[in-house]
Write a protein that binds this ligand. Structure first.
Ligand SMILES: [Ca+2]
Ligand SMILES: [Ca+2]
Ligand SMILES: [Ca+2]
Ligand SMILES: [Ca+2]
Length: 563
């Protein structure tokens, strides 16, 4: 969800309730703090301008972790990790920043992200603010390095100017590696079909030709479609869907047409999955679409495909986000759940913080004879959020695959498989409603305790802190307006909770093994995965522990500090 869409959605809720004119507060408080912390400080770090940085402080001394107190952790890992520890104490700001700047010969990226400003907890030093500094670049010894630092700043006005009146560093670590573990190989591999949204306006959803104005294209699927031992790639991306054959030598060849797949692709394709629906040993392809119909392509053997959508009774559907596959009824045939978004052309999420007017998901039961039956109603899984993602997993280890569905605008669903063809939403009972702007869902046992944990990719808005200022016209739903006359504090707190869910970031839920989950995002340090789109658990360094790769990013306008 874009920031403009978020604001529109929030303001669309109702008439505002404000303590003082927001425009004044925005101009005199929010904008200057944003300019100082989001733009000026990072620019000075990139420029190695020590005096410029110190000029942003109204104090010569910082507290918390001291620069010399770093030690190496994980000595057996290929990456060098330094973690700052110790009792901490007072430290000259000049020494602290000089140490940081000297670490980096060159800074590629510097970013100060504000988590929260504690607007109602001002003390003589100013307003406390939880911030997160990220500095990425090349270390003096040539290693690639990233430093992350968490701190509590105090923000105060001195002689009319906003300055940092205090800084307590609460956590800091640095990860470095002489050579990058990965290199970009897309072009060298011959993958030319790279997602483009050049023709589209702000949200890159509309803007195609007149006969197909919607162009949401984002999915990919991987399988060895021709049985030569190397995995091939299907990209649902624009301008066209494409199947790339893996030549087993590090290069790929576009075989879309030769494989019998349509070009141009006759729908605005989104998610895709390879799965063997007829158990003949060859992976078949299911592609969802926001418009133009979901499609099933049967692999005839050897990587030749035939469109069997109609014959297999796969309904066209609309606004499909992605297909997810599991044999939910354990009859030996893989079934498909098509995640359903909302109608972006004619509708907006309602209510915007917990939308229930999406098109609904569809569960297609594989009848085992080459056809599917829509069993959504009986199964009870027609989640009507504006859903972008879902994932199957048997989270309670009863042998039946369960389904988590992520809503971009509000509460998610955890459909527990009852084992009799029906499901029960246990999101509330299990503690996984979330309420963020979910765009990705992945399961993985990150702590190796045998229970599958859940990571939900949400957006962390770098402007979210401003929304909690007492003067911000928090949107109060109309039906609560009367209540706010008698209990304004309660209504405002509830409203702030909703907004907090929408902007606070991604969630990692630890599976407690008893059907409930605990949100451990902050302790694990993964809450601010920035503007999250999707993630995947993988053990990238083969140490036996699952790591997390999270895709993020958003271009919000001429000022790029909201991403
Ligand atoms: Ca097959
Ligand atoms: Ca089945
Ligand atoms: Ca289960
Ligand atoms: Ca676990």
């Amino acid at each position: 969800m874009g920031p403009r869409l978020l604001l529109t959605a929030l303001l669309g809720l109702s008439a505002p309730v404000a303590a003082a004119p927001w425009e004044v507060t925005r101009r005199t408080v929010v904008d200057p703090i944003s300019a100082m912390l989001h733009r000026r400080l990072p620019a000075l770090v990139k420029a190695h301008d020590l005096d410029g940085i110190l000029a942003l402080y109204a104090t010569d001394t910082g507290t918390g972790l001291r620069w010399p107190d770093a030690r190496i952790v994980y000595p057996d890992a290929e990456e060098e990790t330094l973690r700052w520890e110790g009792p901490g104490g007072a430290e000259p700001m000049r020494l602290r920043w000089a140490g940081l700047l000297a670490t980096f010969a060159a800074v590629d990226k510097a970013e100060l992200r504000i988590d929260r400003v504690h607007w109602r907890a001002a003390d003589p030093a100013g307003w406390p603010a939880d911030v997160h500094l990220v500095v990425r670049g090349t270390r003096s010894d040539g290693a690639r390095a990233q430093l992350e630092q968490r701190a509590v700043l105090h923000l105060a006005q001195r002689d009319g100017a906003w300055l940092i009146s205090g800084e307590e560093v609460t956590a800091r670590h640095l990860v470095a590696r002489p050579e990058p573990r990965y290199v970009r190989a897309t072009e060298a591999a011959g993958i030319e079909n790279v997602h483009t949204n050049a023709a589209s306006p702000a949200f890159h959803l509309f803007g195609g030709p007149a006969d197909n104005p919607i162009r949401a294209s984002s999915g990919s699927a991987v399988a060895d479609v021709d049985g030569d031992g190397c995995e091939d790639v299907f990209l649902a991306g624009s301008p066209d869907a494409a199947l790339y054959h893996n030549n087993c030598d590090g290069t790929f060849t576009d075989v879309t047409v030769a494989a019998g797949l349509p070009r141009p692709y006759p729908a605005a394709a989104t998610g895709a999955v390879f799965f063997d629906y007829d158990n003949d040993g060859w992976p078949d392809l299911f592609v969802t679409a926001v418009r133009g119909g979901n499609r099933l392509f049967h692999n005839l053997g050897g990587g030749r495909f035939e469109d069997v959508t109609e014959r297999a009774h796969v309904p066209a559907g609309r606004w499909g986000s992605m297909p997810v596959v599991a044999d939910y009824d354990r009859d030996g045939f893989l079934d498909v759940y098509v995640v359903g978004m909302g109608d972006h052309e004619h509708d907006t999420p309602d209510p915007s913080y917990d939308a229930r007017n999406g098109v609904g998901g569809t569960l297609l039961h594989n009848d085992g004879d080459g056809t599917f039956t829509d069993v959504t109603a009986r199964a009870g899984v027609a989640h009507h959020g504006w859903d972008l993602a879902a994932a199957w997993a048997d989270y309670d280890e009863d042998g039946w695959p369960d389904l988590y569905v992520g809503n971009e605008f509000g509460g998610n669903a955890l459909y527990h498989n009852n084992g009799d063809g029906t499901f029960t939403d246990r999101a509330e009972a299990s503690g996984t409603v979330d309420g963020g702007s979910t765009m990705g869902v992945v399961w993985g046992d990150y702590d190796g305790d045998g229970h599958l944990d859940l990571f939900v990719s949400n957006m962390h808005a770098n402007s979210g802190w401003a929304l909690f200022h007492p003067d911000f016209p928090l949107p109060i739903p109309l039906r609560f307006r009367l209540l706010s006359l008698v209990a304004p504090g309660v209504v405002r707190r509830r409203s702030a909770e909703i907004v907090d869910h929408l902007v606070r970031g991604s969630s990692l839920y630890h599976n407690n093994g008893d059907g409930t989950f605990t949100d451990v995002s902050d302790a694990a340090g993964v809450r601010d995965a920035q503007w999250g789109w999707a993630a995947e658990f993988l053990d990238y360094d083969d140490d036996g522990r699952l790591d997390l790769y999270a895709v993020d990013g958003f271009v919000s306008g001429p000022i790029l500090d909201d991403v």
